[in-house]
Design a binder for this molecule. Structure first.
Ligand SMILES: [Zn+2]
Length: 322
């Protein structure tokens, strides 16, 4: 999306809750903000793609002057077909981004006063889908890559321990002695076939990739440093310190904020949320996170409840934990 490349605090996004409250006190204000984010250079027809001022049919319906097709303000955004006010969505986005660790579905349900836990759970899933930036920049420089295992035995699921843990590959940039940006992905196994497509997407060619033994990366265009380490935690900590830190923070976040209640089929979206937060953890302007989330919310497209659970009984929200 176009939009402000360097958004200005206090102009493009609110800096404080007080400012937020002033800006978004009415539905009209929220609609105007969505319109600006969505069509910064003027209305774009969803049907024919023509850019130019549309006829305003009602407060949230526009008719293209070229093809006469009608487009609603929220069609094609995560707010599509919502029965709740945009203002409530804005509040949700503010809560989600202003808390360092985000909120759980139960937390959101309470703060917004929703009767239904399922609604809060679904909203968070919709918002998570807006936390991935399409075409985001690849990691560069020196990058550590290793896998970790998350999740424990799930209720009602029997089987070996490995069947109830998900494997997550972590790529973490070196930044001095600390961690730069990260990328995460769930993989089905720890083979090169699972790893290399992830590295290709996450890490820019020409970067130095540190792993403990995958092959095939040099062929894929990377300078590859293999450090074979024993699988003791202490050694891993020394050789892959950044991956180790990220893995520990990820597990703490899943166990803390989400109380370990993340189903495997949804894990990818939690990984997106974790990455979204982690890569902006030094940002002192929380309003900027709100802005980025709002900006993405109008471009990623709707994800109705039926899509989120994908017709899968086990993908439904966990029972309320009060
Ligand atoms: Zn049109």
């Amino acid at each position: 999306m176009e939009g402000a490349k360097h958004p200005v605090p206090g102009v493009d996004y609110p800096r404080t809750f007080h400012e937020f409250d002033e800006w978004f006190g009415t539905e009209a204000n929220c609609r105007e903000y969505v319109r600006r984010l969505r069509w910064p250079d003027g209305f774009v027809c969803l049907k024919c793609g023509v850019v130019g001022e549309a006829w305003v049919m009602s407060r949230d319906r526009f008719r293209c002057r070229s093809c006469e097709g009608e487009t609603s303000l929220t069609a094609g955004t995560i707010f599509a077909e919502t029965r709740k006010p945009l203002r409530t969505w804005f509040l949700a986005m503010w809560f989600v981004t202003s808390q360092k660790n985000g909120v759980s579905a139960l937390g959101l349900q309470r703060v917004l006063g929703f009767v239904s836990y399922e609604t809060a759970w679904t909203w968070l899933h919709k918002l998570r889908r807006a936390m991935v930036r399409p075409g985001r920049d690849a990691l560069t420089g020196v990058v550590e890559v290793d896998e970790t295992y998350v999740g424990g035995p799930e209720e009602g699921v029997r089987g070996r321990q490995t069947e109830t843990k998900a494997i997550v590959v972590i790529a973490a940039e070196e930044s001095g002695r600390g961690v730069g940006r990260i990328r995460l992905r769930r993989v089905i196994d720890v083979s090169g076939d699972s790893l290399i497509p992830f590295v290709r997407e996450a890490v820019a060619p020409g970067s130095v990739v540190h792993t403990d033994g995958y092959s095939g990366l040099a062929k894929a265009g990377y300078e590859h440093h293999i450090t074979v380490i024993s699988r003791s935690a202490e050694m891993a900590h020394e050789v892959m310190p950044r991956v180790h830190i990220v893995a520990a923070l990820l597990k703490r976040w899943l166990d803390g904020t989400h109380q370990g209640g993340v189903q495997h089929q949804h894990l990818d979206y939690y990984l997106d949320e974790f990455t979204f937060r982690f890569n902006r953890r030094h940002s002192r302007a929380r309003g900027l996170l709100f802005y980025r989330l709002a900006q993405q919310s109008v471009v990623v497209g709707p994800a109705p409840y039926s899509v989120i659970i994908g017709g899968n009984q086990s993908a439904k929200p966990p029972a309320e934990r009060v």
